[in-house]
Design a protein around this ligand. Structure first.
Ligand code: 8OZ
Length: 357
């Protein structure tokens, strides 16, 4: 088995990337005041700039889109300035970085919302489980169902976030439609019980995501826009009666938009035909979820994927590209410092000694 394929350059939409190794988006809860990125965040991303492509942690497009403590936003001038520190640091090291655009929908809590308001969702259905608030876990609340007249403002917030991302120096954006957040809540029949044009058959449940992509592609070329999906991940109490049908349809609609890529998080235990989804989409396909060096090489060799995104291994190994190249051992990640804190477990994972093997 050879690692050669991992180090073959690739075209990803408008970008030429030097290798097939992607840094997966990871929430780290370390933004500064006003949910703006700061120097510490720039250092973290710059340490990982050898990736073919970095996808940033999820970033709320509006105050209402926030659902966890200290996640970064992309809706204020301070946040744009903070992200500019990040993109400039990554670009100085020769890297490329997309911003992940996020609205959490019902996965929030009044204590994290403007004016203590209820989180919004396609339908007033309370998720099972707890929200992660500033004072620890608290039970989710029943969200407020969005009125149809509010959909244009949600779409406009995505569009403005894409404008802000461009101004902050990002190479593109990834629209987060995975993991049980707002766009995923609209896609699934378990969370979308609407009776208007944005609910009902899959053609209508997919409408919001497709309109968001239309709005984002009015300000960024399609080759700088990716989409992330997680068809069988049960995270955040998301459910669908027929994920294969839902996502095959969606992929067929994404086909032909000229997007940079489709990125799938493959976590979950239900059966799913990824190859079918890939064929329905027809473009650059990034896989993610539990890949190690051998599985990544196999995914490229068998043609199951074009690029492979690494989450936890990238978090713990700033020089992951070099380690995969050499077949070197990896640092072990410390889950206690995944979410929140400062430099510990963030920028202090060691690189291989430069004098090593
Ligand atoms: C873990 C903790 C908080 C948020 C996702 C943005 O699942 C997240 C997330 C993951 O996409």
């Amino acid at each position: 088995m050879s690692a050669a394929d991992l180090f073959e350059p690739a075209r990803v939409g408008a970008l030429e990337v030097p290798n097939r190794i992607v840094m997966a988006p990871m929430t780290r809860n370390r933004a500064g005041a006003g949910d703006a990125p700061r120097a510490l965040n720039a250092e973290y991303y710059a340490q990982r700039a050898a990736a073919g492509l970095i996808i940033s942690e999820a970033s709320q497009i509006s105050p209402e889109g926030k659902g966890y403590p200290r996640t970064p936003g992309i809706h204020s001038a301070e946040q744009v300035a903070g992200w500019r520190l990040v993109t400039e640091a990554v670009h100085r090291k020769g890297g490329r970085i997309f911003l992940q655009l996020w609205h959490v929908g019902r996965i929030s809590h009044p204590s994290l919302q403007p004016n203590g308001q209820l989180p919004v969702a396609p339908s007033a259905l309370k998720p099972a489980g707890d929200a992660m608030t500033m004072s620890g876990p608290q039970p989710f609340v029943e969200p407020r169902a969005l009125e149809i007249g509010e959909i244009p403002r949600i779409i406009a917030a995505y569009r403005q976030a894409a404008v802000n991302a461009r101004e902050a120096g990002f190479d593109g954006v990834e629209v987060h439609a995975a993991n049980g957040y707002l766009l995923d809540q609209f896609l699934r029949d378990g969370t979308n019980r609407r009776t208007d044009a944005y609910g009902g058959p899959v053609q209508q449940r997919a409408r919001l995501l497709l309109e968001v992509l239309g709005a984002v592609s009015s300000v960024l070329e399609a080759g700088r826009i990716g989409v992330r999906l997680s068809p069988i991940n049960p995270f955040n109490d998301i459910r669908d009666s027929d994920p294969q049908r839902t996502f095959d349809y969606l992929a067929s609609q994404l086909r032909g938009l000229g997007l940079a890529y489709l990125h799938v998080y493959q976590a979950g235990s239900d059966p799913f035909d990824w190859e079918r989804l890939r064929r329905a989409f027809g473009g650059t396909f990034i896989v993610n979820g539990g890949y190690d060096r051998a599985r990544a090489i196999a995914a490229l060799e068998t043609g199951a994927a074009d690029l492979v995104a690494f989450g936890v291994p990238y978090l713990a190994n700033p020089d992951l590209v070099e380690r995969l190249r050499r077949g070197a051992p990896l640092n072990t990640a410390s889950p206690a410092t995944f979410y929140g804190g400062e430099a510990e477990g963030y920028t202090d994972y060691p690189a291989l000694a430069s004098t090593g093997t």
